[in-house]
Design a protein around this ligand. Structure first.
Ligand SMILES: *Cc1c(COP(=O)(O)O)cnc(C)c1O
Length: 353
């Protein structure tokens, strides 16, 4: 075995997926399992599908290509707007991509025609979060362009909350999205399969959703059992699907304040040190190359993260009884940002148990 590593609890991931999909299905909503938080690890994506996710969604085309090459047959959605330089690959690997401009529609249409392969597009609307999306008044123009793109299928409409603007979903905004979708349907003379009303942060509204909202793109709830936008633990989900394990490489009593003249750390920061006298400290072998520490949350009692450099995570272990030994494995929970980084790091092993 090698450390550091992420240990994934397969049972709890499948239970999170099943419970989320069950609650959504009860109100006519399908779940797109969002795989970007775990770098689309195929074993975990497979569990999401087994748990009931009808589609898988990711922001990175490489992740979707990996899933397609592994033989996944559920529809794959590219949730980040395609780069013009990647449209040929988008058409090859994604079944649907999220769009917000006529330029990209034209490029995707040409790429789809070249590949002789139809491609679905889901139009993102800007409803206040100020990340991607067309303004409601641009609907006519984008719909007219879409109608001329014969190799593209209108897959639906969607919006974001809590990505840039820290907005939370409301029934009013989702009603507006539903109306925009219906307007698009009238203009195109088709029925749109996806009315995608957000992500984990829309789950609290599940029982009040406008009738037409029929899809959510869920990552954080499945992987962490939390809802960061509402700063909540989701009581009906497991929080221990993913655990970080790291190995102790030094244990020593040291002062709590550095000595000598101080300037900036290697990361350009000026940390503040509280003098707590001499404390027992441990170093575990994981660092900023792998996470955004010290935001990781120790699972062992008496462990307090102090900070990290590229390859070292420093811990106060004064209150750990018994104190740790060199070679001991310490365990941590993490937030979304740390999870994203840890799964991306080639220095961190991933094991599904
Ligand atoms: C990452 C992402 C999601 C998933 O959000 P969670 O909060 O993890 O459920 C949904 N939609 C888009 C467009 C995303 O980029």
């Amino acid at each position: 075995m090698t450390w550091p590593r992420l240990v994934i609890n397969r049972n709890h991931l499948i239970q999170n997926a099943e419970e989320t999909c069950r609650r959504c299905a009860a109100v006519g909503v399908s779940v797109s399992g969002v795989t970007k938080g775990m770098s689309a690890l195929p074993d975990m994506a497979q569990v999401m599908v087994e748990g009931g996710c009808a589609t898988l969604a990711d922001s990175r085309l490489q992740n979707l290509a990996k899933l397609k090459q592994k033989g996944f047959t559920v529809p794959l959605h590219l949730m980040r707007l395609p780069m013009p330089s990647e449209v040929a690959d988008v058409v090859q690997w994604a079944d649907v991509s999220f769009v917000s401009s006529c330029e990209i529609l034209e490029l995707l249409n040409t790429a789809a025609a070249d590949a002789k392969k139809r491609h679905g597009v889901l139009v993102m609307f800007e409803l206040g979060d100020l990340r991607e999306g067309i303004l409601p008044q641009e609907l006519e123009q984008i719909t007219d362009t879409l109608a001329r793109c014969h190799w593209l299928d209108a897959a639906g409409v969607g919006t974001n909350f809590g990505c840039f603007g820290s907005t939370i979903p409301t029934v009013e905004k989702l009603t507006q999205l539903a109306e925009l979708g219906e307007e698009m349907e009238r203009r195109l003379g088709v029925t749109l399969p996806f009315y995608s009303g957000g992500a984990t942060s829309t789950l609290p509204l599940l029982n009040e959703l406008p009738r037409r909202i029929n899809n959510l793109r869920i990552g954080e709830a499945l992987l962490l059992g939390t809802d960061t936008n509402h700063d909540e633990t989701i009581q009906w989900l497991h929080q221990d699907v993913v655990t970080l394990e790291a190995e102790v490489i030094e244990v020593r009593r040291k002062p709590s304040v550095p000595s000598g003249p101080l300037a900036c750390s290697a990361f350009g920061e000026k940390p503040v040190f509280e003098d707590r006298g001499e404390r027992l400290r441990a170093i575990v072998a994981v660092g900023r190359q792998d996470l955004r520490s010290p935001h990781v949350m120790p699972l062992d009692d008496g462990v307090l993260p102090l900070g990290a450099s590229s390859d070292h995570l420093l811990l106060d272990v004064e209150n750990m009884t018994p104190g740790p030994k060199i070679g001991q494995i310490l365990r941590f929970r993490m937030g979304y940002g740390d999870m994203l980084a840890l799964f991306t790091s080639p220095y961190v092993a991933k094991v599904v148990v």
